[in-house]
Design a protein around this ligand. Structure first.
Ligand SMILES: CC(C)(COP(=O)(O)OP(=O)(O)OC[C@H]1O[C@@H](n2cnc3c(N)ncnc32)[C@H](O)[C@@H]1OP(=O)(O)O)[C@@H](O)C(=O)NCCC(=O)NCCS
Length: 174
């Protein structure tokens, strides 16, 4: 990422109203989340929202390059999960972190920024794992194209229910 880009927590002065991640399927929902829900959810400690801020942006409205949210999640432990992800525990379910919403500003898309953004989310989730436990990072891709994109990123995401076409949920061991 550029030197002038900083990963920081979403704050009230960020120009969220000007942020858009385009018109791809699901993108409007991501925009709406950042504009209308993210700050409130963060204040309520439901999720932590991280933004990439361009500290050198020419206009304030261009300052947000991308964002992602993380929140706690509980995942039912299955033989498949233990085998595919390598997490073994004598419990019905285990805790982890959900990469809930993620978007790159439309003017920055198509330059491979998605992968470093996911890497940043993984790094934040690892820090949470180290202080609080929770060995999984989970993501629910919006569609099959995005699911294949995550699987191709080489971070070790695996499909949790590969035989269920309705579930695109992926997880990786932190
Ligand atoms: C997903 C996203 C964060 C990736 O960031 P990026 O900087 O564009 O990343 P990349 O340049 O590596 O491109 C990501 C790939 O996902 C595809 N993609 C992006 N959004 C998509 C969507 N909503 N539906 C289907 N495919 C999508 C891109 O076409 C690209 O595919 P390719 O690698 O075959 O060319 C960004 O494209 C975005 O904000 N998309 C709209 C919001 C969204 O769908 N978020 C959900 C994430 S689960």
């Amino acid at each position: 990422m550029h030197q002038s880009w900083k990963l920081i927590r979403l704050a009230a002065n960020h120009p969220v109203a000007a942020f858009t991640c385009g018109t791809r399927p699901g993108a409007a929902e991501i925009d709406r989340y950042l504009r209308e829900q993210a700050l409130t959810e963060q204040a309520a400690r439901l999720s932590a929202v991280w933004v990439v801020e361009d500290t050198n942006a020419n206009a304030l409205n261009d300052a947000l390059v991308g964002f992602f949210s993380l929140s706690p999640v509980s995942v039912r432990l299955s033989p498949l999960l233990m085998e595919r992800i390598g997490v073994h525990a004598p419990y019905l379910s285990i805790g982890g972190w959900l990469l809930g919403k993620m978007g790159v500003a439309v003017q920055h898309q198509g330059h491979g920024l998605g992968a470093p953004l996911v890497a940043s989310a993984i790094a934040q989730a690892r820090a949470l794992r180290d202080t609080t436990a929770g060995p999984l990072l989970v993501v629910d891709p919006k569609n099959e194209q995005l699911m294949h994109w995550y699987l191709g990123l080489d971070f070790g995401f695996k499909r949790l229910a590969p035989t269920d076409p309705r579930s695109l949920r992926l997880a990786m061991k932190l």
